[in-house]
Design a protein around this ligand. Structure first.
Ligand code: SAH
Length: 380
């Protein structure tokens, strides 16, 4: 493409990406995480922490770290990563710890060792020449994560933007064309035992395809994923300062698991009780004396239905008995507890169990204005 072609496209198009390129870059990382399920992820040059905030919703991730040289931006944005009431009401299955560090990406700090994925989104173009020269040794040689994603502007795309500045941001120390980026990335990959693939985001407009994507991306994979950093972590001092650490509640902690199971058990018992009370109100119409039909969990009725085979709830006088086996057949309770004994152990302090320990007992008349006086005491 010659310059005049670019000019013509520039006149025709006011380049705007929807969703914004910044969001597309984050989505690219999230898709990668969904596919590769890393447990430990670090974002270098994490700035306003938006990528970390999006990443914290991924179940596979147990450790998230953010690093930036600008301490103010971290202290202003750490609130995005704080826990909220929802995190306690519906805790994650796996633990999650998020830590923000203040420091430079060219410092060999052991806190960034052992990561499965390190992202550097629009970071390298902010590095001074000296820092850029040190960066591959620190990132690939020392941190040595299993995978790395690096994105940076594609300089060839710039003539399509209106405005006359050389680079896209005043703090950019350089912007590379595709050959420059690919040559730097390929050298780094070769020197430190990685393979690299290139892609990009932000399609050029029709007629300007030759300039390539607006953002260029290198995805690096370590050739020997189990190879450790060559340096012994104990030999290196910590230089980064911790701006904050947020620990999320998870079902791996017994107190949260206990709460989650109890909530689910109570919710199912209350549903059953509601059905019972309805049926008692209509009881006079029926003398069958059969057990009530209680709420069933939703699953495919055509499949073998374990719920049908579990003992049904029953009433003796004013006490409603819900067999643990029945509760355990609810998929969520089964998933949380794994086995009946664990269910019993987890709810033991929250409920009253029958003397043989097989059912949860609740009193029905305390809470509802319900006349059971003509109940004969047998199963309903
Ligand atoms: N990753 C962000 C944008 C990054 S802008 C996003 O996806 O939106 C570049 C960031 O790198 C800035 O926050 C800047 O403070 C940080 N930065 C620049 N030089 C750095 C260095 N040597 N070490 C750590 N962070 C650096």
């Amino acid at each position: 493409m010659v310059d005049s072609d670019v000019q013509r496209v520039q006149v025709k198009e006011n380049i705007k990406f929807t969703p914004s390129l910044s969001e597309q870059r984050h989505k690219f990382v999230l898709d990668f995480v969904r596919k590769h399920k890393p447990q430990k992820v670090a974002d270098l040059g994490c700035a306003n922490c938006k990528l970390l905030w999006r990443l914290k919703y991924h179940e596979s991730i147990e450790v998230l770290a953010g690093l930036d040289i600008d301490e103010n931006i971290l202290t202003r944005n750490i609130y995005r990563l704080h826990t909220g009431a929802g995190d306690y009401l519906d805790p994650r299955e796996r633990p999650l710890t998020i830590t923000l560090y203040h420091g430079s990406v060219v410092e060999k700090d052991p806190c960034l060792l052992g990561f499965d994925l390190i992202t550097c989104i629009e970071l390298i173009e902010h590095l001074e020449a000296k820092e850029l020269a040190q960066f591959p040794e620190v990132l690939f040689g020392f941190f040595s994560p299993t995978t790395v994603i690096i994105s940076t502007p594609n300089f060839e795309f710039n003539p399509l933007f209106s405005g006359k500045t050389l680079f896209r941001h005043p703090d950019h120390k350089f912007e590379w064309d595709r050959t420059q980026f690919q040559s730097w990335a390929s050298d780094a990959a070769r020197n430190y035992g990685y393979s690299v693939e290139f892609t990009g985001l932000g399609e050029p407009p029709p007629g300007a395809e030759a300039v390539g994507f607006c953002t260029q991306i290198g995805i690096f994979m370590k050739n020997k994923p189990n190879a450790q950093s060559l340096l012994n972590e104990k030999t290196v001092e910590c230089t980064h300062t911790t701006v904050g650490t947020v620990i999320y509640p998870s079902l791996k902690e017994e107190k949260y698991l206990r709460k989650a199971v109890s909530n689910e058990v109570f919710s199912q018992i209350l549903k059953m009780k509601r059905v019972l009370l309805e049926s008692l109100k209509m009881k006079n119409d029926s003398d069958s004396g059969d057990e009530c039909e209680f709420v069933k969990p939703k699953y495919n009725e055509s499949k073998n239905d374990p719920f049908e085979e579990t003992p049904k709830p029953f009433c003796i006088e004013n006490v409603f008995y819900v067999p643990l086996e029945r509760l355990f057949s609810f998929p969520k309770i089964k998933h949380l507890c794994g086995d009946l004994e664990t269910l019993k152990m987890l709810i033991a302090d929250e409920v009253t169990l029958s003397s043989d320990g097989s059912s949860v007992m609740i009193n029905i008349v305390d809470e509802e204005d319900c006349d059971l006086s003509d109940n004969d005491g047998d199963d309903l």
